[in-house]
Design a protein around this ligand. Structure first.
Ligand code: SAH
Length: 232
């Protein structure tokens, strides 16, 4: 192979992940669409602008990393669509909530966790597939992000580290998981996709100071399922 040929894919990669391409994604998220409300929280948009999503997917998908779409990450799992990540993250800060410590269930590529860390949150994340978690940890380290993680069934949450001001569940379950809402601090917000395997409602739960829970629906989403147990 000539040097010129070897350089070509790299040159394409740089173009497709440039600041201009990233800024276009931000404008799209801000504007919204018929199916998706615009994202208004500038802190969240800024985190998405800052975190290099192309480093959270295989090189083969890097050119599509700034499309507003989910992408495969192996093991039948996906990195969530940027709009979904933005919406879930924004929900943690809604109504004047000021979260500090957050739990993510379903580390996957590590992208959502990285966005939360970029917002200055203290992040705890749990993943059931060992290999995905190992890759995500390398990304956190390479980017200098301080994210605490464990290989476990996230349906039990992380009780030793709770309660959390925010909990983000990034895999779908037929019903809310009680063990997780129990780890929500007063004033905390939990966001989770709940419903059938082929489509869910993104629910937002807010626990008030007295421990009462209020629930609303943020939109329609499709997530991979929340499964039990762990695999290597
Ligand atoms: N937040 C991820 C999205 C990953 S997709 C990202 O930003 O890339 C959902 C992830 O949830 C998958 O990696 C899947 O293995 C994981 N998952 C499913 N059930 C789980 C469980 N019970 N505990 C922990 N992780 C789980």
């Amino acid at each position: 192979m000539t040097p010129r040929l070897r350089l070509q894919p790299e040159a394409v990669g740089v173009g497709m992940t440039s600041q201009r391409v990233r800024d276009r994604l931000i404008e799209r998220l801000r504007a919204g669409s018929d199916q998706a409300d615009g994202i208004a929280d500038e802190r969240v948009l800024n985190a998405i602008r800052t975190v290099p999503r192309h480093l959270f997917v295989d090189e083969a998908f890097a050119t599509r990393a700034y499309d507003d779409t989910a992408l495969p990450i192996g093991h039948g799992q996906t990195i969530s669509q940027p709009w979904v990540v933005a919406r879930m993250t924004e929900a943690l800060f809604a109504d004047g909530a000021q979260p500090k410590k957050v739990l993510e269930v379903g580390t996957g590529s590590g992208y959502q966790g990285a966005i939360l860390a970029a917002l200055g949150l203290e992040v705890y994340t749990v993943e059931r597939i060992g290999e995905l978690l190992r890759t995500a940890r390398k990304r956190f380290r390479a980017l200098g992000l301080n994210v605490r993680s464990k290989h476990d069934d996230g349906r039990i949450g992380w009780p030793e580290m709770g309660p959390f001001d925010g909990i983000v569940v990034t895999a779908a379950a037929p019903a809310l998981v009680d063990a997780l809402s129990a780890q929500l601090a007063p004033g905390g917000v939990l966001v989770a996709p709940v419903g059938a395997a082929n489509g869910q409602s993104l629910l937002r739960l807010r626990k008030d100071a007295a421990g009462n829970i209020r629930q609303d629906v943020l939109g329609a989403v499709v997530f991979v399922p929340l499964l039990s147990g762990t695999i290597d």
